[in-house]
Design a protein around this ligand. Structure first.
Ligand code: GLN
Length: 492
């Protein structure tokens, strides 16, 4: 059962119970344990929730929600009361939040069956899943390749057919890039359309809870459930939830093609697939508009100043006093905090705390952080100008298909460059999605690897962006390709 809507319908029609769905999902998690997509899952609360949903349906209690009975995997940085919340880090081991994030609460209100939690790069810092303190997640298309990151387990679990929907978080591309590398749909809404309450903060001006699905239609369904104003998050916009909008066809859609995104660093096979998809868009009536985003060449540098600055401040709270693990050190308070952080954080997190602390330090603040903020504004203005002549910006999501596990791990800069095409929209706060646009053969010819097509819309243009991408998917079948060994979940 690929689509969430169909799964819900089959439950409401009595073809299966939510308990069947829960059991089948837990069985597929076990069956695909090789992927390391999930951190240890506690089955009993999931079965309990499934029974409650079945009972409420039998009682005819209330109108069943839009996600009734649908399993939704949760990235391990989303608080769900009483469930372990590690953020893929040793420092939070054993931490169980006493509250539920707004997005998870809204899933519960919509009748969903949340499945906690999926593996991730520690504190969402990474592009391959290899920074998880537990184990790297494997790509369901080819297990010696990375699924991308940092929402690695959420992407892999949808790609492998374990769940129809998952939530991740996208700070600089952590939903779009793994969606591309795993051949699924990933949608990052406009910054502020989804509450961050209960999402463990990494870069607060960039973080956005974002869904994975097998189609834009399903991504829109869950986005509709989780978005909308929230008094618990002052940066959450006062806008109504993201509404489904239909667009009959793509006639007259002006697609902006940024010269900078099609430059030298783009893998030839990715370029070919993306150009073929653009051709398909044009056959469906879209019109090409050449555009330029001149400051995007500075986006990665800017992102790694802004995001590390915010991370160094946000991660100060993990000190062994309030959350998770503690190391006593020399027994003094400072010694305990130092020992807890030295032991609890992995290398990449430490690198970013050091970098972020440096760019915010009094002698260097203006030279680094102040300047990065100004470049961020220029990147934003590039898009504003571009959207005067186009409706959507189209480019690859990632400059390469999935890379091999270990290939970029020792080289942080090579890893950071994985995000070169996703961070510009993050810095500008724009809605963006990645959808599959075909597969290419790996260098060694041993695997087929998916390619992602990125769509970026103007601020608050989430609805029309989704409408256009839905129209594309209803006329093409790129999104129907599935990896080998995929198991259709939910007792199908
Ligand atoms: N890969 C980027 C990073 O390492 C983006 C992470 C994210 O979006 N959470 O920061």
């Amino acid at each position: 059962m690929r689509d969430a809507h169909g799964l819900r319908q089959s439950i409401l029609a009595g073809e299966r119970t939510v308990l069947d769905v829960a059991r089948a999902t837990l069985a597929s998690i076990d069956e695909r344990a090789d992927l390391n997509a999930f951190l240890p899952v506690e089955a009993e609360p999931i079965l309990e929730r499934a029974r409650e949903l079945d009972e409420s349906l039998a009682r005819g209690a209330a109108e069943p929600g839009a996600l009734f009975g649908v399993p939704v995997a949760l990235k391990a940085n989303l608080a769900y009361e009483g469930r372990e919340l590690t953020c893929g880090s040793r420092i939070l081991s054993g931490y169980r939040p006493p509250y539920t994030s707004t997005v998870v609460q809204r899933l519960l209100d919509a009748g969903a069956l949340p499945i906690a939690t999926t593996n991730m790069d520690e504190f969402a810092m990474g592009s391959s899943g290899e920074n998880s303190a537990f184990a790297p997640t494997l790509n369901p298309w080819a297990r010696d390749y990375t699924p991308g990151g940092s929402s690695s387990g959420s992407a892999a679990s949808v790609s492998a057919g374990i769940v129809p929907l998952a939530l991740g978080s996208d700070t600089g591309g952590s939903v779009r890039q793994p969606a591309a590398l795993c051949g699924v749909t990933g949608f990052k809404p406009t910054f502020g359309r989804v509450s961050r309450y209960g999402l463990v903060a990494f870069g607060s001006s960039l973080d956005q809870v974002s869904p994975f699905a097998n189609s834009v239609r399903d991504a829109e369904l869950i986005a509709n459930c989780i978005s909308g104003a929230d008094p618990m998050d002052s940066t959450c916009l006062e806008h109504a939830p993201i509404q489904p909008v239909e667009r009959a066809n793509l006639k007259g859609l002006r697609i902006g093609l940024p010269a900078e995104a099609f430059g030298d660093g783009l893998d030839a096979s990715v370029r070919q697939k993306v150009e073929a998809a653009i051709e398909a868009l044009c056959e469906l009536g879209a019109e090409r508009v050449p555009i330029s985003l001149p400051h995007s060449e500075h986006a990665v540098a800017t992102y790694y100043v802004v995001a590390t600055a915010e991370a160094s401040s946000n991660l100060a709270r993990f000190d062994g006093v309030r959350f998770g693990a503690r190391q006593e050190g020399d027994g003094s308070l400072a010694g305990m905090m130092g020992a807890t952080r030295a032991d609890g954080f992995g290398d990449e997190v430490k690198r970013r705390i050091l970098l972020g602390t440096h760019v915010l330090s009094s002698g260097y603040y203006e030279a680094w952080y102040g300047r990065a903020q100004r470049v961020r504004r220029l990147i934003h203005d590039d898009y504003r100008r571009a959207f005067e002549s186009c409706d959507v910006v189209i480019c690859p999501t990632s400059p390469t298909p999935a890379f091999r596990l270990g290939e970029r791990k020792a080289d942080p800069v090579a890893m950071y460059l994985s995000d070169v095409l996703t961070v510009p929209a993050s810095l500008a706060g724009l809605p963006a999605l990645s959808i599959p646009c075909g597969t290419v053969s790996s260098d060694s010819g041993d695997a087929n690897l998916p390619v992602g097509l990125q769509w970026i819309g103007p601020a608050l243009g989430d609805e029309s962006l989704l409408a256009a991408a839905k129209a594309f998917q209803s006329n093409t079948d790129f999104h129907l390709a599935t990896p080998p060994l995929r198991r259709e979940q939910a007792g199908a």
